[in-house]
Structures are given as C-alpha cells and as structure tokens.
Design a protein around this ligand. Structure first.
Ligand SMILES: Cc1cc2nc3c(=O)[nH]c(=O)nc-3n(C[C@H](O)[C@H](O)[C@H](O)COP(=O)(O)OP(=O)(O)OC[C@H]3O[C@@H](n4cnc5c(N)ncnc54)[C@H](O)[C@@H]3O)c2cc1C
Length: 413
C-alpha cells in the first residue's frame, strides 16, 4: 500500500516538475532565444553547423542539454516525464532539433559503461558541444538487421585497425567523433563479437561522402574506414559486449518526445493555412474565430487533430507506465510508429493546402535563408520538412520493425 502511494506521489511531483519545466521553456523561447535562430527555425529554414552548435550551447547554458544524465556526471537525473515534456514543448514551439548524437546517445553510454578516463575526456566536451558527434551504426548490409554489420576492427596490441563502410551517417560531414559498432570477432554469433568504438573523424583513412536526399540538402553520408588506427583506450566497455551498449543506446533513441510536439506544431500551422485558404476563397467572415473553410478540408484536419490527441494520450500513458515499471515494452515503438505516420499525414495535408506554393521548391532560397518566391515565408521550409520527413518512418527503426515489436510484445504473435 505504502509502495503504491510512493509511486503515486512520485508521479504527481514528476508531473508538477514537468509543468514547471514547460513554463520555463516557453519563457526561454519568448525572451531569450536569439531572433535569428528563432526566425530560421520558425520558417523551417536550413540550419548549418554553427546554428546547431549555438542551439545546443544555449540549451546547455540553461542546464537542459544534459539534464537527463546522472547527477554524478553533471546531470539532474530527469525523469522520463521531464525529458518528454522538455522535448515536446520545444517541438511545439517550432524550435530546432536537439542534436541527439552526443548528449542523448553516446553521452549516457559513456556515463554508464565508460572508464573514468573516457568520462573525464569526453563528457565535458559532449555537454558543451565542443565536439560534434555522429552515429556509425548502419551499413549497406546492416540496417534493420543491425547485427549483420561487417566493419571489422582488427586488434593489434594496444590498437585496432578498422576497415569497412558506414552509411546514412547523419552530419558526419561536421563530426569530430563517431561512435561506431564494429565486429571484433568474425566467428562469433551475430550479436556477439561486436564492440563499441569511438573513432576520431580526423584520423587518416576516414572518408566522408555525401548522399543527397530529396529535399536537396546534405543530411546524410557514407563513411569509409580504411586502415583507421583507433587506440584501445577508445573501446567503450568490454570487447565483444558492444551489442549490450547498442541496445542501451537504442532505448534512448526510441524514447523521443519531440514527435508529439512536432505533430502539434504542424497541426497548428495547418489550421492557419486552412484559414488563409478559406479567406482567399471568400469563405471566412462568420462569427469571430469560426472556421468556415472547405468542409472536406475541415473534416480532414479534424480527424488529424483527433489522432494527435490520441497520440498524446498514448504517449503520456506509455511514459507513466515506463516510470511505474508497468510497461509492456512496446510503448516507445507505438509512439514512434503512430507519431511519425501522423506527422507525415499532417505535413502532406499542409502541402496540399498551400496549393501552388506547395509545389514550387527552391533549394537555393532555403540555403540563403531568403524567403521563397511563392506563398507564405515558410512555404519552402515546409516543403523541405515534408520531403525530409519521409525518412522518419525509416530511421530510428523502420515502421515495419516497430510493428513487429508491437506484434510480438503486445499481441504475443
Ligand atoms: C535520413 C536518415 C538518417 C539516418 N541517420 C543515421 C545515422 O546517423 N546513423 C546510423 O547508423 N544510421 C542512420 N540511418 C539509417 C537507418 O537507421 C536505417 O535506414 C534503418 O535502420 C533501416 O535500415 P535500411 O535502410 O538498411 O533498410 P532495411 O533494413 O534494408 O529495410 C528495407 C525495408 O525492409 C523492411 N524490413 C526489414 N526487415 C524487416 C523485417 N524483419 N520485417 C518486416 N520488414 C522488414 C524495412 O522496414 C524497410 O521497409 C539513417 C537513415 C535515414 C533515412
């Protein structure tokens, strides 16, 4: 009885802390966020490395970038609910992406499994974004089936010599470091014999080649590793135990709160676009606040909004279950699956409502951060996001894989 009461009390105070945090985030956005960054992200313009580093350093200055880390390593031990509220609120406000590779992915792995020397060397520079990190998991023959990876690290005394190829490596063109899954034993079963290495991207033998995505921008890369010399001190944890650390990291990758906020942000933008379209068609003019757009469109947006409410309710239920230890293990998959598919549906509706402005896509104008020639100021950025986010149902675990997890975990199939 008292254990139950404690859990309930903890959950109430976690909810209160999350509510306070949301208010602080809104105040920060209104009063402290630099205008240029606010405008660029508000209009969905292309952000460069300097923008992202500035953004991450601003968050660090507020104590938020690593607040989910353990207190021993400078964090605040944020609960899942606080993490969710933080990412959700920033996304609702249309803020830039919180780059996860350092603070969210490799940082917690080094906190949990790194040596003291690795913690002292890497953690402060991850927290302050002095080092830019990339994630070297996927390979041409290993994506959903990650354990099929074949990049090989040959041990030679106190060093590894690494050969192989990573692919889809986000922002590797800016990275100083890449955390990498490599095979250190060929004979072992797939998940065994994998190790977790930290690779200095400035090492001889590292080649980064861009892959163009259909939004015309350079997000992802191939990374070729040819006889790259990595000192043994850059091995995290034990040799051959990389799969354990990879799974620990994947858990953090899949507990992203941002997708719910992104959906709400897009729904809000969709209502505005529908109002504007209604005004242009001479449909508005009724009572103040009354929406008199095209009935079919109103119906479409209403359904999307209902789905967003269901997503949010599911996300809260899932997070509270994870915090109480009553989760079934597929909550993060359900949020990712429903969230990314809904986001794509809202973005598609928005592009439809933009009409001709949703067709003209001027990549050069986005890079120059100048307004696109047709439609509202953010039209080009909205198309860019719509095109890029076709990938949201692929990265971080494709939708089919999430469905497999749900089928197995929840439905017992
Ligand atoms: C924009 C973008 C950014 C990325 N950034 C990074 C990054 O920074 N670092 C990194 O390491 N990786 C990154 N990735 C890679 C991403 O994690 C993989 O694309 C993803 O895991 C899918 O792997 P794959 O592309 O090899 O597709 P595959 O695994 O070959 O899948 C192809 C298709 O088959 C389906 N499929 C596969 N297996 C099954 C199954 N068992 N049951 C049912 N269907 C199945 C998939 O769902 C998919 O539809 C990124 C990808 C994209 C698109």
């Amino acid at each position: 009885m008292s254990a139950l009461k404690n859990t309930a009390d903890e959950s109430v105070s976690a909810r209160q802390r999350a509510a306070v945090l949301r208010a602080q985030v809104r105040a920060f956005h209104a009063q402290e966020m630099p205008e240029k960054l606010k405008r660029k992200s508000g209009q969905h313009q292309v952000l460069d490395k300097a923008d992202y580093v500035q953004w991450m350093q601003l968050l660090h200055g507020k104590g938020w970038a690593i607040a989910h880390w353990p207190r021993d390593h400078g964090g605040q031990d944020w609960s899942l609910l606080e993490r969710f509220a933080f990412e959700d609120e920033l996304a609702r406000l249309g803020c830039p992406w919180i780059l996860p590779f350092g603070v969210k992915y490799v940082g917690p792995v080094i906190c949990a499994y790194g040596t003291t020397a690795q913690q002292q060397r890497f953690l402060p520079r991850i927290a302050s974004s002095e080092d830019f990190w990339a994630q070297g998991y996927s390979e041409p023959g290993a994506g959903s089936d990650l354990a099929a990876l074949s990049t090989f690290a040959q041990r030679r005394g106190e060093r590894y010599i690494v050969n192989g190829q990573k692919v889809w490596t986000t922002y590797a063109q800016w990275a100083d470091w890449m955390f990498c899954l490599v095979r250190t034993q060929r004979e072992a079963r797939a998940q065994q014999g994998i190790s977790f290495l930290l690779v200095d991207m400035h090492s001889p033998g590292v080649t980064v080649r861009p892959i163009a995505t259909m939004d015309g921008y350079h997000h992802v890369n191939e990374v070729w590793l040819q006889d790259v010399d990595v000192p043994l001190e850059n091995l995290v944890g034990e040799e051959g135990m990389g799969w354990t650390y990879a799974k620990f990291l994947l858990k953090n990758e899949r507990t992203a709160g941002a997708i719910v906020g992104m959906v709400w942000h897009a729904v809000e933008r969709l209502w505005l676009a529908a109002d504007e379209a209604g005004r242009q068609a001479g449909r508005l003019g009724g009572r103040q606040g009354e929406r008199q757009g095209d009935p079919a469109l109103m119906h479409r947006i209403g359904e999307l909004q209902l789905r967003a409410q269901a997503l949010e309710a599911m996300a809260y239920r899932g997070i509270e279950a994870m915090m109480a230890g009553t989760d079934h293990g597929a909550e993060a998959s359900l949020i990712k699956l429903r969230g990314t598919e809904l986001y794509q549906a809202v973005a598609e509706a928005l592009i439809d409502v933009l009409g001709p402005a949703g067709v003209a896509f001027d990549v050069a104008a986005l890079h120059a951060a100048s307004a696109p020639p047709l439609g509202p100021d953010d039209a080009g950025g909205l198309i860019k996001d719509h095109l890029y986010n076709r990938a949201a149902t692929i990265f971080g675990g494709a939708s089919e894989i999430q469905r497999n997890i749900v089928a197995k975990t929840v439905l017992g199939l």
